[in-house]
Design a protein around this ligand. Structure first.
Ligand code: C5P
Length: 413
């Protein structure tokens, strides 16, 4: 499975001869599992056709800020929100100068301004332009704002000169881009995550279940792995691909999920229960398919064990994080569960309409003793990264206090 699996990459292409390498770059990014959308400047379209990049990315290439048809399909704000990362490759000296000045007078600069995703530029230009003090200063300014600069490489240039200014090779750019998603917040931690629904059999062909897709739980597992944790995912039936560097254990029922979790819970540092575990199961599971005969059928249900509460009550309990899907008062119910189940943290969300179950977007309110945080509605992959960052912060705070967190952030070893 590719190391950019599930990531939305917005590739900006600006007008330099190295733009021809963007075609290969799109291919590499997709090979690693990324979804790619390309935004080209007018200059870029002089070097490589939008059609080429459309065919390779599988999506129309956006070029114009003021194109009503394109804006109606996916405008600059939607593109900015869609992107998990923005890479501009090749980035010309002119593009970087415009970026430094916060210009938003074409689609690419407008998307870059609007996006709060991690961003990188891969400069490519003649060595003299690269060495010019203005370019040097622009690069320093961009780096100072947290924009990563990939390259350039040294070597022969299209102009016949030799020196720094070559675009990094697509393979290298793809690897560097993957690095944007990694951090060391949970390096050395073992994290156990539950996800998805459970299924409780009624007979050999029927079961009780719920609408959980597993998207949030899998996104949390992926985000924890990106944060450097060793992650085990115990998941009910879901149709999603396992995130890279995550060990996956498939279960069906709540009882199976509990067993898989309890076998591991005392050996992990953090337990995040994102699964929508069925609260009840049929008391009797019919050996044969139930026939329809009576007009009325009564199901006897018995309580399933509460996996989260069981883990939180262990003597060697890990840092325990629960979820709460609420239709009523989110804060009151979540704070009650935080206490009742002795959790370290709870992530609550309102369910219904277009939020929560089975949706791609979600919003969370996170509570812990003495604090809370609101994570705004966004895609579950992003939300999961924000949640994992909070979990890491509270986990380190509980174990080391604030002072050591700072040391830890600098020196994960
Ligand atoms: O009490 P409630 O079901 O709303 O709590 C939800 C939280 O508890 C979620 O984190 C869910 O994964 C966990 N849970 C569990 N085992 C159950 C029911 C819920 O781990 N049987």
């Amino acid at each position: 499975m590719g190391y950019l699996s599930g990531k939305n990459i917005l590739l900006g292409v600006t007008g330099g001869i190295a733009a021809y390498k963007s075609a290969e770059l799109v291919r590499r990014l997709r090979e690693q599992g990324a979804a790619v959308r390309v935004v080209m400047t007018a200059g870029a379209a002089e070097f490589i056709t939008p059609l080429t990049l459309q065919a390779l990315s599988g999506h129309p290439v956006a070029t114009d800020l003021l194109d009503p048809a394109a804006e109606a399909a996916m405008g600059h704000i939607e593109l900015a929100r869609w992107a998990d990362a923005v890479l501009v490759a090749p980035a010309t000296a002119n593009f970087m100068a415009r970026r430094v000045h916060g210009r938003g007078d074409d689609l690419l600069t407008a998307v870059c301004l609007a996006s709060d995703a991690p961003q990188a530029v891969a400069p490519a230009m003649n060595r003299g332009m690269w060495d010019d003090p203005a370019t040097r200063q622009n690069i320093a300014t961009l780096e100072g704002r947290g924009i990563r600069v990939f390259g350039p490489a040294e070597g022969g240039q299209a102009c016949g000169e030799s020196g720094p200014g070559r675009l990094l090779e697509p393979e290298q750019l793809t690897e560097n881009l993957a690095g944007l998603f990694s951090n060391a917040a949970l390096t050395g931690c073992r994290v156990l995550v539950t996800a998805g629904p459970t299924r409780e059999a009624l007979d050999p062909v029927r079961y009780l279940s719920n609408r959980s897709s597993g998207k949030m739980g899998l996104a949390v597992a992926a985000a924890a792995a990106e944060a450097g944790a060793q992650v085990t995912l115990v998941t009910g039936p879901v149709v999603l691909q396992t995130p890279s560097r995550v060990e996956r254990i498939d279960v069906v029922t709540a009882a199976e999920m509990q067993q898989a979790v309890l076998e591991r819970a005392s050996a992990v540092d953090i337990f995040i229960a994102a699964a929508a575990v069925a609260d009840y199961r049929p008391q009797f599971v019919a050996a044969q398919k139930l026939k329809k005969s009576a007009e009325k059928q009564v199901l006897e249900l018995i309580r399933n064990p509460d996996i989260l509460a069981t883990v939180a009550a262990l003597e060697a309990a890990p840092f325990t994080v629960g979820f709460a899907a609420e239709t009523g008062s989110v804060e009151r119910n979540a704070r009650h569960k935080l206490q009742a189940k002795s959790l370290d943290m709870i992530a609550a969300n309102r369910v219904g309409a277009d939020l929560g179950f089975d949706a791609d977007d979600n919003a969370l309110q996170v509570f812990w003793e003495g604090g809370s945080a609101a994570l705004e509605k966004t895609r579950k992959s992003r939300l999961a990264r924000q949640l994992v960052a909070l979990v890491a912060e509270r986990y380190h705070h509980k174990h080391n206090g604030d002072k050591v967190i700072k040391l830890h952030a600098k020196d994960p070893a």
